[in-house]
Design a protein around this ligand. Structure first.
Ligand code: FAD
Length: 480
């Protein structure tokens, strides 16, 4: 789907000069070639063009930029780490919009260990926030494969999930307050540090997950957690998704809230990770499915290895699992998780791949996978499905690699048809077509299908209220 913004024209030369003057020539990119990194995204799926890229250094500068953009009706695409998976962070091919990158606004503002809070600028890289928490022996639990480059503004903009959502929730659950620049340049200071604050409607939650269409997030107060004293991880060979869910229930029953990560991938995932990386299956044999389970907590290092061992032994006795390897060192811990985190990346080397982000109630994941595999077999018998991911949250990335040797362009041309097959199954099961990535420009056309007329009316009304000129991320989330 193409995200065009027909209502908004390109900024005039005079407007461009006014916008550049806000940040200074040094922090503006006018040259099309130099803009390349800001207008293309990692999947190469939504090529865009921009009139200008601006890299403001303060909230005040973001405010000045939006005042001018609103007055001149210039489309603005907010961008953080540019790792988004649905093309929300890149401009349309029209070349009419400007990109506002938050990358220079990367300061940790305040860490309050006793409050368990950290205040940051929106351009902070996620990993820097995790490290700042670690320095005061706290945990910031948002964990995603892109954490070395994605930024807090983008994480909140998309309401990111990841591999620890099971225990700690998604980005929305980890934010206490926000600072946001409105479309007309006014600044909302909502940097709330309170755990409890029921004073009317919650504006924070309206901005989180709005993908840059209602305001630009410039700062956030985030929740920290006590650092678990120990963690234990295992890679498990398993016959099917059903017993995986039984293993999850067993592990949760034995540890209380101790299961922090629980991910699944099929044999095809193991095959391509081994084919394209240095990572190797630590189990003696190969199995139809694999699960990575991580538990955390305990009072001291070493506490949890016996706990996880006894969970796995019980699962083995009950015929739930076929084999398991426990990580016995930090290197092995990293290796197990790398297998999971590199799954999307290695799919690239297998030719064209179609990506999905469906969710259903946790107990219904096996049905989603079974129905999806059956339907795909009928549509593209030789396609190589890769349904993997956050089974503990009911969120499966039902990715599909092209048949070996097939024409990549012809396969990719079937994106809407094949994603439609899986998404329709998820919808039929009262699930979601976007569990954690958002709508961006890739699923905008599906909004009227997944939202009722009443919801659409309210969402369009909100957009109109927050951004009456439609300058913020035009063509994203809601059909224009
Ligand atoms: C290897 C890899 C693994 C990934 N794994 C996961 C995963 O497990 N879970 C998951 O949820 N996602 C995952 N993603 C997708 C992506 O990393 C997340 O969506 C992330 O939250 C995007 O952050 P970003 O800083 O890159 O934002 P961007 O890509 O720059 O922007 C994303 C969206 O947010 C908007 N936005 C950006 N900054 C702001 C701001 N300051 N204010 C308002 N809106 C803003 C943009 O306009 C855009 O719509 C993965 C991506 C990769 C490459």
């Amino acid at each position: 789907m193409d995200a065009t913004s027909p209502k908004l024209a390109a900024p005039s030369a005079e407007t461009i000069d006014r916008l550049v003057a806000v940040v200074g020539e040094k922090y503006a990119v006018r040259d099309a070639q130099e803009m390349e990194n800001y207008v293309t995204e990692w999947r190469d799926r939504w090529p865009g063009r921009a009139s200008l890229v601006l890299r403001p250094g303060s909230t005040q500068e973001v405010s000045e930029i939006l005042k001018i953009a609103n007055e001149t009706q210039t489309g603005v695409v907010p961008q953080s780490g540019n790792t988004g998976a649905v093309g929300g962070q890149v401009p349309s091919p029209s070349g009419n919009e400007i990109v506002v990158s938050l990358e220079r606004m990367n300061k940790i503002l305040r860490v309050e260990a006793l409050d368990n809070t950290i205040a940051v600028e929106a351009g902070c890289i996620l990993q820097s926030v995790q490290e700042a928490a670690e320095e005061v022996d706290r945990l910031f639990p948002l964990r995603i494969g892109s954490q070395g480059s994605c930024q807090i503004g983008g994480n909140l903009g998309t309401n990111a999930g990841g591999i620890a959502t099971l225990a700690y929730g998604n980005a929305r659950d980890l934010a206490l307050g926000l600072e946001v620049v409105m479309a007309d340049g006014r600044i909302w200071n909502g940097m709330n540090r309170l755990r409890k604050n029921n004073t009317g409607y919650d504006l924070r939650d309206i901005f989180i997950g709005s993908e840059g269409t209602l305001g630009i997030i410039t700062g956030a107060v985030l929740k920290l957690y006590p650092n678990p004293r120990d963690r234990a991880v295992a890679l498990v060979g398993i016959s099917a998704p059903e017993p995986a869910l039984e293993l999850l229930a067993l592990a949760q029953g034995k540890t209380g809230n101790g299961v922090v990560g629980f991910e699944i991938f099929p044999h095809y995932g193991m095959e391509i990770v081994e084919r394209h990386t240095e990572l190797r299956n630590p189990l003696g044999s190969y199995f139809p499915w694999y699960v990575i389970v991580e538990i955390a907590g305990g009072a001291a290092p070493g506490d949890l290895m016996p706990v996880l061992t006894s969970i796995l032994e019980e699962a083995f006795e009950a015929d739930l699992i076929s084999d398991a390897a426990l990580a016995s060192s930090e290197a092995q811990y990293q290796m197990f998780w790398s297998m999971r985190e590199r799954m999307s990346e290695v799919q690239k080397f297998e030719g064209g791949s179609i990506k999905l982000d469906t969710s259903v109630p946790v107990s219904q994941v096996p049905e989603l996978i079974e129905r999806g595999l059956e339907a795909l077999k009928e549509a593209v018998p030789d396609a190589r499905p890769l349904p993997y991911g956050h089974i503990g949250d009911g969120n499966i990335h039902f990715n599909i690699s092209q048949p070996e040797g097939a024409d990549t362009d012809a396969f990719m041309a079937r994106w809407d048809e094949l994603t439609g097959i899986i998404n329709n199954i998820a919808i039929d099961m009262s699930g979601s077509i976007s569990a954690e990535h958002g709508i961006g420009q890739s699923k905008t056309y599906m909004m009227p299908k997944v939202k009722s007329p009443l919801e659409m009316e309210l969402l369009l009304g909100l957009k109109d209220l927050f951004d009456p000129n439609g300058i913020l991320n035009p063509g994203k989330v809601l059909p224009s």
